[in-house]
Design a protein around this ligand. Structure first.
Ligand code: LLP
Length: 472
């Protein structure tokens, strides 16, 4: 047995009674262990997934995505109906977008929010009706806006005065009328368990509340733009409703003032609903969130004597996050003794910050479990690290893993469905893993893994020998 590691463990992490258990909320509802202790997701075993698709592999539980999409839609529908209005749910594609996932969420009654021409192309390739798309971004190019107007994107969320003029020029040329929302900064910045309300948000998105009325007045003058209302997004991985409530109240102040100059049919309060990454995270259930947020909006409207607008929301992480589990193979383990005498076990896996940048980028916390079998022995404080040439290449900062973990074991990191594949890179020329959907005991590749040939395909070759014509 190793010397005590407690001094290296963060306060929130306790030694698990069973280092093989699958904590509720962190894993897809279908996750379980079979009789041999092998992790099984939607009826497909981790051993089979690794054998058929290699490691790392991002496994996405289709029913989990669908169920969460449905839960958002029904919760907001119900809450809105109680207050005499409607609610639309847009899936924020930045969390993870492929044609298959676009189809799943649209099947479940959601719309899709895209924020680049690339995301727009994926949604269109999935056959999503353009009218059900929202288009975000603080720097949409003229070409991106032209494409959006040309295909008939339902709503463009305008982010700057320059963008308003860009859209005006495009619609003047084409004769189209584009529906727009105006993104405002409510001054509420919400983070995980808390929110901060500041007078001024020093950041790049949207219009400060004080500037928004001028932007709306300008839009109302333009025949090619149809002003539909305000949009506000306060942050991501937010727990509780206090931040949403405060933000809604501030935005409604502006909304009410704008009603004096014409109709303001909609209000979009963005996304940001948090999920559990570790057993200590306790996100508010979707139905409760929806009920409390819509109620706060309705109260704010009643207080101002205005009708409740049509509402929309843009969850991303909360739809796909817990549906994803990344499987890695353990390559090496190392017990490192620090000056206090405490020991931390470093467990190196065959991926890392190229497939999950969140730990390195944000100091995000994840959890991990041995997946190829149930482990034994005293749980050891471990750090799961990747194979990249960088000491910050950490996948799971702190986790207790079975003492008998050895090279060749499979390790599963849950809650990797959101912002892992979409933030992935080729750092150190590591190919990106495949994404495999699982459902009812069957697995299918929805995004194939990259190959070394893929990596070399963009390399123009020595002296440009392989450059496509025109690129030399
Ligand atoms: N709507 C807007 C306008 C957004 O900017 C975002 C996220 C969302 C909706 C969806 O937020 P969600 O429900 O997924 O929290 N890469 C970071 C998160 C960046 C979020 C960017 N905007 C991460 O991995 O935590």
């Amino acid at each position: 047995m190793l010397p005590p590691a407690d001094s290296l463990a963060p306060e929130w992490l306790s030694v698990p009674e069973d280092a093989n258990d699958l904590a509720d909320r962190v894993w897809p509802a279908s996750a379980t262990r079979d009789a041999e202790g092998v992790l099984v997701i939607a009826g497909v075993s981790a051993a089979e997934l690794a054998r058929d698709h290699g490691t790392p592999v991002l496994v996405l539980d289709e029913d989990e995505v669908r169920a969460r999409a449905r839960a958002f839609r029904t919760a907001f529908d119900r809450a809105a109906a109680e207050h005499g209005t409607t609610a639309q749910v847009y899936y924020a594609g930045k969390a993870f977008l492929s044609t298959t996932v676009a189809r799943w969420v649209v099947d479940e009654g959601l719309r899709i929010d895209v924020c680049t021409g690339g995301e727009l192309a994926v949604a269109l390739a999935a056959g999503v009706a353009p009218a059900s798309l929202g288009f975000h971004g603080n720097n949409k190019s003229t070409a991106e806006l032209e494409r959006a107007v040309e295909v008939g994107v339902g709503t463009v969320v305008v982010d700057s005065a320059i963008e308003i003029e860009r859209l005006a020029a495009i619609t003047a040329r084409t004769g189209a009328v584009q529906r727009v929302l105006v993104r405002v900064v409510s001054g509420v910045h919400a983070e995980t368990h808390d929110f901060l309300a500041t007078a001024h948000e020093d950041q790049k998105f949207g219009f400060p509340v004080g500037d928004a009325a001028d932007a709306v007045a300008r839009i109302r003058e333009l025949p090619g733009l149809d002003f539909a209302g305000l949009h506000c997004h306060i942050g991501s991985q937010i727990f509780g409703v206090a931040g949403f409530r405060e933000s809604a109240s501030r935005v409604l102040e502006l909304h009410a003032a704008l009603l004096e100059g014409g109709p303001v049919p909609q209000l979009n309060l963005g996304g940001g609903f948090g999920i559990a990454y570790t057993r200590v995270d306790d996100p508010t259930p979707i139905a409760q969130l929806a009920g409390e947020i819509v109620e706060a909006v309705a109260e704010g409207c009643a207080a101002r004597g205005i009708p409740v607008p049509a509402l929309s929301f843009e969850p991303g992480r909360a739809i796909v996050g817990t549906a994803g589990v990344t499987l890695y193979e353990v390559g090496t383990t190392k017990d490192v003794t620090v000056s206090s005498g405490a020991v931390r076990r470093y467990v190196s896996v065959d991926g890392g910050m190229s497939d999950n940048a969140r730990t390195a980028l944000y100091g995000a916390q994840f959890s991990a479990r041995l997946a190829s079998r149930a482990g034994g022995g005293e749980p050891q404080l471990s750090r799961v690290v990747g194979k990249h040439c960088e000491s910050g290449d950490v996948v799971v900062d702190h986790e207790y893993l079975p003492a008998d973990l050895v090279p060749g074991d499979l390790l599963a990191v849950p809650a990797t469905g959101a912002y892992c594949a979409s933030l992935s890179s080729n750092y150190n020329h590591v190919p990106r893993p495949p994404i495999v959907a699982v459902r009812d005991g069957r697995a299918r590749v929805i995004v194939r893994g990259e190959t070394i040939d893929d990596l070399l395909a963009r390399d123009a070759g020595i002296d440009g020998a392989h450059a496509p014509e025109g690129d030399q």
